[in-house]
Design a protein around this ligand. Structure first.
Ligand code: ZN
Length: 345
């Protein structure tokens, strides 16, 4: 999350996101990462989640990304989501029914080209409002795409990129909660940077997710929970939900495990970017006074946008402190030699 407004930043971003130079740059990054860390270095231990015959496997890739494998064992359907790096760990004897791609950034779609080479008949889905490299099918907001009992609804969430899509998997066929694959839109305690949408677009887009039930499982594109919750905790020191989740996240990370999924109900309690209309947070940030009743004419969306900007401003002030805290925690983690060798450090 950072300032995305300067001309220099915008020019660099455009070259990275929309040109072949960006692909080359990212290829170099992947090669350097593998050279330093090794092909078998994962940022988190691999975990399999079972919901009756549904299996969801977040595969850790590169420094913080997740590629998701979604499998219906009974009907033998298999979908991959966000293949940012087509590593040897993602080549299977079973051909996937489809690849879904949340957005165009290379760490979410760099593997598409290799996937097309290996599985030339497998469709690759991307949002209709942006050019997802090597995607073969465009999906619109609200469109339902089905592979046997795996039924996904595309949810357009502009802000991080113009055409960013989240994908909602209907859990009813498996007697489990809905599953929302959020890419870089929503992450544990955080959201992605609003590279291609102003603050109002981003907050509207985040608030769009609040219509889903609390039990909705959130599967983000990155493992960022520890740093995000340290910042969230610094924002509201009296928020018990943040502190409880932070302790849980530290324990998970100490043992090398990832922190997904969270639930939408949890995020409502501690993710400040989903609480930009929450009166207690607005008051906490000094954006709302006790005489709120007299101020009802204020546009709630404008207020949410102001809240988003204020959170970012405060996070910028606190980010060095949070980074130092995170570094201390991570250093403690790596004192465990077994974890250090597992992580390739
Ligand atoms: Zn992104």
């Amino acid at each position: 999350m950072g300032s995305c407004g300067s001309c220099v930043f915008q020019a660099g971003y455009k070259i990275y996101a929309d040109t072949r130079v960006g692909r080359c740059f990212h290829t170099c990054y992947i090669n350097r990462y593998i050279k330093n860390a090794g092909e078998n270095a994962f940022h988190s231990k691999m975990t399999l989640f079972r919901y009756n015959s549904l299996r969801i496997i977040p595969v850790p890739t590169l420094s913080s990304n997740y590629t998701y494998l979604v499998i219906d064992l009974d009907n033998r359907n298999f979908v991959m989501i966000d293949v940012g790096h087509m590593s040897k760990h993602l080549i299977f004897s079973v051909q996937p029914d489809a690849i879904l791609c949340t957005h165009k950034h290379w760490d979410h779609c760099h593997g598409n080209r290799e996937l097309r080479r290996i599985y030339p008949d497998v469709p690759i889905y991307g949002g209709e409002k942006e050019h997802v490299p090597d995607a073969t099918v465009k999906v619109a907001d609200g469109e339902v795409i089905k592979f046997g009992r795996l039924s996904f609804t595309a949810v357009w969430t502009p802000g991080h990129t113009k055409g960013h899509m989240c994908f909602l998997l209907d859990g009813s066929e498996f007697n489990c909660p809905p599953n929302l694959f959020t890419g870089d839109h929503l992450m544990l305690g955080a959201c992605g940077a609003n590279f291609e949408g102003n603050v109002k677009v981003m907050t509207q887009s985040l608030n769009k997710l609040l219509k889903f039930p609390d039990r909705t499982l959130i599967w983000p594109g990155h493992e960022v929970g520890l740093g995000a919750l340290l910042l969230a905790a610094s924002l509201e020191e009296d928020n018990l939900a943040v502190r409880k989740k932070l302790v849980w996240v530290i324990l998970r990370r100490i043992h090398g495990y990832g922190t997904c999924p969270s639930t939408l109900g949890e995020e409502r309690l501690f993710n400040p970017f989903l609480r930009t209309k929450d009166e207690s947070l607005l008051k906490h940030l000094g954006l709302l006074t006790d005489s709120w009743d007299e101020e009802k004419e204020v546009d709630r969306d404008d207020m949410a946008a102001a809240c988003f900007s204020e959170i970012l401003r405060r996070f910028r002030d606190k980010s060095q402190e949070a980074k130092a805290k995170k570094a201390r925690i991570i250093d403690d983690l790596y004192k465990d030699k077994q974890l250090a060798s597992f992580s390739g450090r």
